[in-house]
Write a protein that binds this ligand. Structure first.
Ligand code: HEC
Ligand code: HEC
Length: 162
């Protein structure tokens, strides 16, 4: 009987193999990237939305060229071909009355550094670069240091401090 069992078993395995492999592949863990956990065949609840934007006033920039984060909510602020809600407060002519900082002068230059009379079309869709600051945790870790921290570390290393 033994001589029969082994081929029979391998036959069974051969038949079941592809099906098992397909199942396994479908259920391979998703890459632990922006959406960790879960597989293709699992239906997990959507992660909760990030908290409301913090209304904590303007934030300190981490480096001089950083687009400042938006210190206020922007829900339902429309920006399209016809209207730009942001410019109703941040344009040159509206900023003072709205008590809002005027868009940066860099926003009046096109990509050839030509100075324009109005906000350049490359800067029209504000939320391409500016986003409200929320209490969302970082999706991926990062080890960014501000230039002040880098300089302090360098000085400490030179002085031989830990
Ligand atoms: C109703 C007027 C109003 C509208 C509309 C508005 N803002 Fe503001 N915004 C302000 C005010 C006022 C401040 C300053 C807040 C403060 O000093 O705490 C500000 C601050 C900012 C800042 C911070 C600037 C800095 O240097 O820190 C950014 C960026 C910004 N807004 C972007 C936007 C964008 C993008 C939109 C459109 C989606 C928008 N705002 C719509 C009034 C407005
Ligand atoms: C292509 C990216 C980009 C777009 C689009 C953009 N910004 Fe900016 N913004 C920046 C950067 C970078 C800075 C900071 C450096 C600078 O001043 O250019 C800035 C600075 C600002 C500031 C701070 C000005 C100051 O003097 O403190 C305000 C306010 C602002 N932007 C509003 C807006 C609004 C409103 C729009 C849409 C009409 C907009 N930005 C579109 C990149 C962008």
């Amino acid at each position: 009987m033994k001589w029969l069992t082994i081929p029979a078993l391998s036959l069974a395995l051969l038949a079941a193999g592809p099906a098992m492999m397909a199942e396994e592949r479908r259920d391979a863990p998703a890459p632990d990237g922006l959406r960790p956990g879960g597989t293709l065949s699992q239906e997990l609840p959507a992660p909760p939305l990030a908290g409301q934007p913090r209304h904590a006033g303007r934030e300190v920039l981490n480096y001089p060229e950083q687009p400042p984060v938006i210190p206020h909510g922007i829900r339902d602020y429309q920006v399209d071909l016809r209207t730009n809600r942001c410019l109703e407060c941040h344009s040159r002519s509206a900023a003072v009355e709205a008590g809002a900082p005027m868009v940066s002068i860099s926003h009046f230059r096109d990509r050839h550094q030509q100075v324009l009379a109005a906000v350049s079309p490359d800067r029209y869709f504000c939320t391409q670069c500016h986003v409200p600051q929320t209490d969302a945790g970082p999706i991926v870790g990062n080890t960014f240091l501000t230039v002040d921290e880098v300089l302090r570390e360098m000085l400490e290393r030179e002085r031989g401090e830990p």
